[in-house]
Design a protein around this ligand. Structure first.
Ligand SMILES: [Zn+2]
Length: 469
């Protein structure tokens, strides 16, 4: 185990820097090694933090930089259980410092705040000062890294005296995610799972994914599949079949959603419910009709695969099957007293009123009591709530999320790019089939982005577009 504490220039791991590292290493034999160093943060330390820690700009001016210490720190942390108070803070800071050097640091993490909360639920305070007071720990210099790390080691020794070994082991396993990790899965995967946006794929014995999911925090989401409180029979069944986990990190949630929808369509994993092929997707469009001398509009079923979603006339509803489409249109028609025969949904001998007219559920266009024009206008009005949005841009666009660009065209997700060459490669691959999930993701996410850029001419469109366009 390594008990770790850091002092920093502030609270944000991506911006602020480390000013001191304290590490207490304890090996299997119980041998203890202490190590600490001031770190030159290469940036001024804010005055109030100098006051809090007693670490001043002068003290760190001659200290080694993190880059100079990285190898030493890594060798001390490598392969150990990383124990810290509010561990996410210290772990996150170190990860960021290593990342600046191009190093990928990963460890199994145990947070002593969470551990204290779990083992002493009767207490409400679990900050370091509360622990020191409650357990009579020795604290020579609060807010210095090695002193704080040493207090955590003392706390651990208290736990070994006060808590039954089984109970302590169980709490640690649970907090580090080890307890729920399936035995047939490589434990190294658990360490490697990032706490980041992305898509994960569960595989069984072959190369077809069993399940594909999206996560804002890959590590938490994957672990939740295996944890005790999710052991409904279905999850249990899945977690027993998983032999391998892969993941793709994304810049944000939108990218994860798009990638998930894309991969599910591509692989159709047996544990994903959304199995329906895009090719079965259908919608209603309105086509001209004649009835005697009158002209009007009639719904016609259209298959998504046959439509050009880039420049589609108005269409209404997205349905997984013809049956769903007909059922929904019947319901809409009945609630609006439209004529099912005139809509082509029912048949009666020519010149006869429809069944709906006989029970006062049709306004009577079939027997000349309503004009076909009026009936058509009402049809258009009730369908307007169901209208699928037309792709509002003149061709493909790029939508920015973090450092990546999502390339989108006609409600389709072509992929994500990091540079112009990527974008061109995606365009060459062409558009995938229209897909309802991707459509829904884009309709809800594009307005959140504020603007997109046209691939064709680099013009910036703001989203949502003004009503006139
Ligand atoms: Zn009728």
């Amino acid at each position: 185990m390594v008990f770790v504490d850091l002092e920093t220039t502030g609270a944000t791991g991506t911006v602020d820097r480390i000013t001191e590292i304290g590490i207490v290493e304890v090996n299997e034999e119980g041998e203890v090694r202490e190590w600490s160093s001031l770190v030159n943060p290469q940036t001024p330390i804010p005055g109030f933090i100098q006051g809090l820690t007693g670490i001043t700009d002068e003290m760190v001016a001659g200290a080694p930089t993190f880059a100079e210490l990285a190898e030493e720190v890594l060798s001390r942390l490598h392969g150990r259980l990383f124990v810290a108070h509010n561990a996410r803070f210290d772990y996150g800071f170190l990860k960021n410092e290593f990342k600046r050097l191009g190093l990928d640091f990963k460890a199994s993490v145990l947070c002593t705040v969470k551990l204290s909360r779990q083992l002493y639920p009767q207490h409400s305070k679990h900050n370091l000062d509360a622990l020191v007071e409650r357990h009579g720990l020795h604290m020579p210099a609060r807010h210095r890294a090695l002193a704080d790390a040493a207090v955590l080691w003392q706390f651990w020794q208290v736990l070994q005296r006060q808590i039954a070994p089984d109970q302590l082991q169980q709490a640690v396993s649970q907090l580090t995610g080890r307890s729920s990790w399936p035995v047939h899965l490589d434990p190294a995967l658990l360490e490697a799972l990032p706490e980041h946006h992305g898509v994960y794929l569960f595989y069984g014995d072959n190369d077809l994914p069993l399940y594909i999911g999206k996560a804002n925090n890959l590590r938490q989401r994957v672990l939740s599949h295996f944890s005790a409180d999710h052991r409904a029979s279905k999850e249990m069944n899945l977690s027993q079949q998983v032999r391998r986990v892969e993941w793709i990190e994304t810049e944000g949630e939108m990218g994860a959603l798009l990638k998930e929808a894309q991969l599910i369509k591509q692989w159709q994993p047996i544990h994903n419910r959304r199995l329906r092929r895009s090719s079965e997707l259908c919608t209603w469009r309105l086509v001209p009709m004649r009835k005697g001398d009158e002209e009007g509009l009639q719904p016609e079923l259209a298959w998504a695969r046959d439509l050009d979603w880039g420049q589609q006339d108005a269409v209404y509803g997205l349905f997984g099957s013809q049956r769903d489409a007909v059922k929904t249109l019947r319901e809409i028609a009945e609630s609006a007293q439209l004529c099912l025969v005139t809509l082509g949904l029912d048949k009666v001998p020519a010149g006869r009123p429809c069944f709906g007219y006989q029970v006062h559920a049709c306004s009577g266009v079939c027997v000349g009591q309503e004009s076909l024009a009026a009936h058509s206008a009402r049809l258009q009005t009730v369908l307007s709530d169901w209208q699928v949005k037309t792709w509002p841009f003149d061709g493909p666009v790029m939508a920015r999320e973090g450092d990546s660009w999502h390339v989108l065209d006609a409600w389709c997700y072509l992929g994500s790019a990091h540079n112009q060459a990527d974008v061109q490669a995606l365009l060459r691959q062409g558009r995938p089939a229209f897909d309802k999930d991707t459509y829904k993701i884009l309709v809800s996410w594009l307005p959140k982005l504020g603007s997109v850029i046209s691939v064709n001419d680099g013009e910036v469109y703001s989203v949502p577009l003004p009503a006139s366009s």
